[in-house]
Ligand binder design. Structure first.
Ligand code: ATP
Ligand code: SF4
Ligand code: MG
Length: 351
């Protein structure tokens, strides 16, 4: 048994479109441990869903390697891997065929993977429906007869059918009412405990991620820019982008959808800025420049607004001084100067 269930090294996925090359996932290293929930957050279009699909091989990467349970996933082993890694989408209605009963939708993977036969499939489906809190009578009904929350339960039952080790949850509660969101999150947490599941939980909602994840990865323009245990990420982020995301969450109602109020142009995955890809929007870079200009401590880009190093050198994802001793990675040249959220100034003597 391997503690690390899934490990990705240097995953890359570029889409060639009329407008240019979209660098959706641009060199990602990440791992998910057995039984853990890794949260994945970031603005719309930063590559979260693409990364989720790459990790379970719904999409083929252009580059990079994936290891599952210590073994590299080869093309030949794809069918057995598919059984062990599943996905639940934001809108289960779209992934459920409207003309097929719920029983057929949940039973199909059981039959495909030889986990049930025509005689046993109904009782297996009834058990799965019960496990996700639905009555077995749901079996003979159609998706449109259910509420959003119930449909998401069906989507979860379908994913559970093949007894996976890992489920990618791609914004699984984003389309639901707040009270229903809480019920689905609780269900997912209970199922995880009972079945020892690992989750990749993708969300815009930092409040929900905070509740369910043990570690969180923050994505920006195709890259992970911070990866940390959850409590530490919220209390002491080490990347200015993460800090801005946290400050944009309207407290004290963490269930509200995140509104990101970041300055500068919205990121464009076709025209990724050189150096640190966050530099055109980075307040810390400007503050560092201001604070250090008089003492000539950092070389500034022409115009004197940001440090040259931010514009020219792409920062690597590196260990930063964490508070708990657990690994806390951030991709920022000035990570040590990032102050906790809701503090105005930078730590001038921290470096
Ligand atoms: N099949 C595709 N063809 C071309 N471009 C794509 C394709 N899939 C995704 N993209 C682009 O890749 C980038 C990343 O998309 P992705 O869906 O992974 O982002 P996301 O973080 O999940 O966004 P959201 O929060 O809106 O779901 C976007 O610019 C998107 O337009
Ligand atoms: S490397 Fe520079 S531009 Fe990038 S996040 Fe850090 S301070 Fe900002
Ligand atoms: Mg998405």
């Amino acid at each position: 048994m391997n503690e690390t269930l899934l490990r990705a090294e240097n995953l890359v996925k570029h889409f060639h479109t009329r407008g240019g090359v979209v660098r959706a996932v641009d060199g990602v290293d990440v791992s998910i441990a057995r039984g853990e929930t890794l949260g994945l957050v970031g603005e719309s279009g930063c590559g979260k869903s693409t990364l989720g699909r790459l990790l379970i091989q719904l999409l083929q990467a252009d580059d990079g390697v994936l290891f599952f349970d210590g073994q590299e996933i080869s093309r030949g082993a794809l069918k057995s891997f598919r059984k062990r890694a599943q996905i639940v989408f934001q809108d289960p209605f779209r992934s459920l065929n409207p003309r097929r009963t719920v029983g057929d939708a949940v039973g199909e993977p059981l039959l495909i993977h030889g986990l049930a036969n025509r005689q046993t499939v109904r009782s297996e489906v009834a058990n799965l429906l019960k496990e996700v809190g639905l009555d077995e009578a749901a079996m003979d009904r159609y998706p449109h007869e259910f509420s959003g929350g119930q449909r998401q339960r069906v989507g979860i039952a379908r994913a559970l059918a093949v007894r996976p080790d890992l489920i990618v949850l791609d914004e699984p509660v984003a389309a639901l009412d707040v009270s229903v969101q809480a019920q689905i999150v609780r269900l997912l947490m209970d199922l995880q405990k009972q079945r020892g599941l690992s989750y990749l939980f993708i969300s815009h909602n930092l409040g929900v991620v905070r509740h369910i994840a043990s570690r969180v990865a923050v994505m920006y323009l195709g890259k992970i820019v911070e990866l940390s245990p959850v409590a530490e990420l919220y209390a002491a982020p080490r990347h200015p982008y993460t800090r801005a995301l946290i400050e944009a969450v309207p407290e004290p109602d963490p269930a509200r959808t995140l509104l990101i109020e970041l300055s500068g142009d919205a990121p464009d995955p076709i025209n990724v800025p050189p150096g640190c890809r966050f530099h055109p929007r980075c307040r810390l870079a400007r503050q560092v420049a201001d604070a250090d200009a008089t003492q000539s401590k950092v070389a500034l880009a022409s115009g004197g607004t940001i440090p040259l190093v931010c514009r020219d050198d792409e920062p690597a994802l590196r260990e930063t001084p964490g508070e708990t001793g657990a690994s806390h990675l951030a991709a920022c040249h000035f990570a040590e100067r990032v102050l906790p959220p809701h503090h105005d100034t930078i730590a001038r003597d921290a470096v």
